[in-house]
Design a binder for this molecule. Structure first.
Ligand code: MN
Ligand code: MN
Length: 472
């Protein structure tokens, strides 16, 4: 009897003091389990449409427009649901709230660019009777992931007359794919002795794209010429148009359900289109919030947020000031700063999920696990918190309470062991403006690989968390 009482006391003490690592699935009833799967289907479709940042912006704008949102730059009416696109690669969407913007807004940022290969400005060449395209990788990749697999070409070309064409080849069944052949094992003895970071040099990431020679035997580089003729016929583009074009090489295979229990989504570009999608759907379902709710979709995060569509640009500032003008608040620097200092934000981005096969690089008491909900990352950066964005204790507490009060399953994890490596997000650029911000998002396996793996329950939990945040 005494023993029973003792164990009850222990359980109560544990319940009160120990942070429980809840699993999302344990909290779902049968109805919600169905939601998890149907939501994941729509997310998977989004991944398969939004293979580039421009396409992601386009798809999100179409979705927003379908939900009654209007372009802030052109709309003359006083609608409370507005968006603004900058240069086709930055998007901000807002639902105006009851309070004035100077009382602060709720911002969720994500990024719609993903690691990939870009075509070089002068990519097309012929060697040994074959035509090739040269690439330059974008973002942090393991180069060996990109050889010996089906790849697609997609992106925007602006011709010299200013007209634009969107090229997309390799996604549809029946369309040809492109590939970077790998060296056969039989001749790889020396290559296999090299370091993994070196055995596929960047200059070897060349796509083989043709072998049919132009029929005139007198012509120079006949295969290259035949490819140029094909591009002219199909897209009205010539060699010079490659210069300045935004042509990207991405995995050709579609995102799919994964796992024997179909509990995962395996697909390219989930960093960070999973947060783009979940914050977007959360905003679409936001009615009239207390504070204006804003979802921001950045470009160029994967290369350090450089350039005029990135988090370091003035794009968000422009949007906020235009929005102020729209609602009758004078868009002065003072009012903008008031808005910044009173605002709360989530920097929504994926984090590394513990992969037990490589457990030695993770610190198992401080890492995110698949299936344990949205992950809060108090600080990013690397060894010694260098270049970190660190959320203030008051704000971390506020977010925790918000999630706890609304039955959001959340966990707290860093990227990996202190001295193992690290990474950053857009959070620090917003923090520099005075906004309270914390990193959060779902954990993924195989981050930055051509086939990232996320868990459907975590994705759904992110959607729920973002909805609660917008309504706060
Ligand atoms: Mn990211
Ligand atoms: Mn990334």
């Amino acid at each position: 009897m005494a023993e029973k009482k003792e164990s009850k006391k222990t359980r109560q003490l544990e319940e009160r003091l120990v942070k429980e690592q809840a699993r999302c699935w344990d909290g779902f009833n049968s109805q919600e389990k169905k939601h998890v799967f149907s939501y994941a289907e729509n997310y998977r479709d989004f991944l398969n449409q939004a293979r580039t940042e421009r396409k992601a912006v386009q798809v999100l704008v179409e979705g927003a427009t379908g939900n009654g949102f209007r372009d802030l730059s052109t709309d003359l009416h006083k609608v409370p649901r507005l968006f603004q696109v900058s240069r086709g690669k930055f998007l901000a969407i807002a639902v105006l709230g009851k309070k004035p913007m100077t009382d602060g807004v709720r911002i969720i940022t994500s990024h719609v660019d993903s690691p990939r290969l870009d075509l070089k400005p002068n990519p097309l060449y012929e060697d040994s009777g074959l035509a090739f395209l040269k690439t330059h990788y974008y973002g942090g990749i393991k180069k060996y992931h990109w050889v010996a697999r089906s790849l697609a070409l997609c992106g925007t070309v602006i011709r010299s007359d200013g007209s634009s064409v969107y090229v997309e080849i390799g996604f549809l069944p029946g369309e040809p794919v492109l590939t970077i052949p790998d060296l056969l094992p039989h001749l790889s003895r020396k290559l296999m002795d090299q370091k993994a970071s070196e055995f596929i040099p960047g200059e070897n990431l060349n796509l083989v794209v043709g072998s049919i020679p132009y029929e005139d035997k007198e012509a120079r580089d006949r295969v290259k010429l035949a490819i140029l003729e094909l591009l002219d016929r199909k897209y009205k583009i010539k060699e010079e148009d490659f210069i300045g074009a935004e042509l990207q090489i991405v995995p050709a295979e579609p995102a799919r359900d994964a796992g024997l229990d179909s509990s995962f989504i395996a697909g390219y570009g989930q960093d960070d289109r999973v947060c783009a999608y979940t914050s977007f759907t959360a905003l679409m379902e936001t009615k009239v919030p207390e504070h204006s709710a804003i979802a921001v979709f950045y470009d160029k995060e994967e290369i350090g947020s450089e350039g005029n569509t990135s988090a370091k640009s003035l794009a968000l500032e422009m949007f906020l000031m235009d929005l102020m003008a729209k609602v009758g608040i004078e868009p002065t620097t003072r009012n903008l700063h008031l808005c910044y200092f009173n605002s709360k934000a989530l920097s929504a981005d994926v984090t590394a999920a513990l992969d037990p096969t490589y457990s030695d690089v993770y610190e198992k008491r401080n890492c995110a696990k698949l299936g344990h909900g949205i992950n809060l990352t108090k600080y990013t950066g690397h060894g010694g918190k260098f270049m970190a964005s660190e959320a203030n204790a008051e704000y971390a507490s506020w977010v925790r309470k918000l999630f706890n009060d609304n039955a959001i399953v959340w966990q707290a994890g860093d990227l990996g062991k202190v001295d193992e490596g690290g990474g950053g997000t857009v959070a620090k650029y917003l923090a520099n403006s005075g906004i309270e911000i914390i990193d959060c998002g779902p954990a993924v396996l195989g981050m930055h690989s051509p086939l990232e793996v996320s868990a459907k329950d975590d994705i759904w939990m992110c959607h729920k968390a973002f909805k609660v945040f917008f309504a706060s």
